[in-house]
Design a protein around this ligand. Structure first.
Ligand code: SF4
Length: 296
């Protein structure tokens, strides 16, 4: 990134696309995520890392400019602008688990561990019909429940959690799903991620859902370098307005499922590429990248 482009980013929180395409055209393979992380401290922008040495007409090259540290204010602005761009890209972002009550969402979220939401949505109609309330789960026959949950994987552990949740709700919460994170995480098989899903989508309490997509994206976006979900939640929570937490989670998860894949993100078709310091770690050809995007 040239000094003028660097100054432009500091001022606006974005990079000029002409600089980005120039870097892609002149460079060899983009750096790996590990390399990017090694160059980046907390809240530090290192976008110029992929810029080549400047080749003169005589064929010699001068050193790339020194990494440009992103101020805290610029990071906050870039994060919030990224959230707004994602809102435009995914105006219909939502929880992709089917549910009609807080209990159904709680159970569906527990079942979603290590499987897809689509798989869970194929399983829950029968489950919810057979077990309409907490008391029904508490009294469930374990083998019957395991048979229904088998397609979701880890069905024995999930059946145990579901029965335990039913029993805990009956014994401690009058059969109702509690509305606080502190209470929710005391239920069997319920961690902060599940609790925040329930709070945000069943009770309208803002929550950040740090799943595998969320964590990967916020690290690629340079919002945090943390791997621990609780630390990620804390750091992202300090960047984004609380009222946006639930929808931000949906948008990041949508983007992670459709564009910013774990192995080979479709950077060339990414609507937030100009706000992403990792742009170029994946496919940069716009046509190829567009073909990689998942639309369902
Ligand atoms: S697809 Fe590429 S540019 Fe977009 S957020 Fe992911 S890493 Fe960044």
């Amino acid at each position: 990134m040239s000094p003028s482009a660097s100054a432009e980013f500091e001022r606006t929180g974005t990079r000029d696309s002409s600089h980005k395409s120039a870097s892609c055209a002149q460079l060899g393979p983009p750096p790996t995520l590990r390399e990017l992380r090694a160059r980046r401290g907390r809240g530090v922008w290192v976008g110029p890392s992929r810029l080549p040495n400047v080749t003169t007409s005589g064929g010699t090259s001068s050193p790339a400019p020194a990494p440009h540290a992103e101020s805290r204010l610029a990071l906050v602005r870039r994060a919030r602008r990224t959230n707004r761009e994602l809102a435009s890209t995914y105006p219909d972002a939502h929880c992709e688990l089917d549910f009609t009550t807080p209990l159904e969402l709680l159970i569906a979220t527990v079942l979603s561990a290590q499987t897809t939401d689509k798989r869970v949505n194929l399983t829950t109609p029968e489950l919810f019909a057979r077990y309409p309330d907490a008391a029904a789960y508490a009294a469930a026959d374990r083998e019957d429940l395991e048979d229904i949950l088998r397609p979701t994987g880890f069905f024995r552990a999930k059946a145990q959690s579901v029965i335990g949740i039913g029993q805990a709700l009956v014994e401690r919460y009058d059969g109702q799903v509690p509305r606080s994170l502190d209470d929710l995480v005391t239920l069997p098989g319920v961690g902060r991620k599940t609790a925040n899903v329930v709070l945000g989508n069943a009770f309208g309490v803002p929550g950040l859902t740090v799943d595998t997509h969320f964590g990967r994206l916020v690290r690629r976006l340079g919002w945090t370098t943390e791997e621990d979900p609780v630390k990620v939640e804390t750091e992202v929570g300090e960047l984004i307005e609380k009222r946006e937490w639930t929808m931000l989670s949906h948008r990041l998860i949508f983007h992670g499922r459709r564009v910013c894949f774990a192995r080979r993100p479709a950077c060339g078709a990414c609507t937030i590429a100009q706000l992403c310091p990792s742009s170029g770690v994946g496919e940069t050809d716009p046509v190829v990248a567009a073909g990689m995007v998942k639309t369902d």
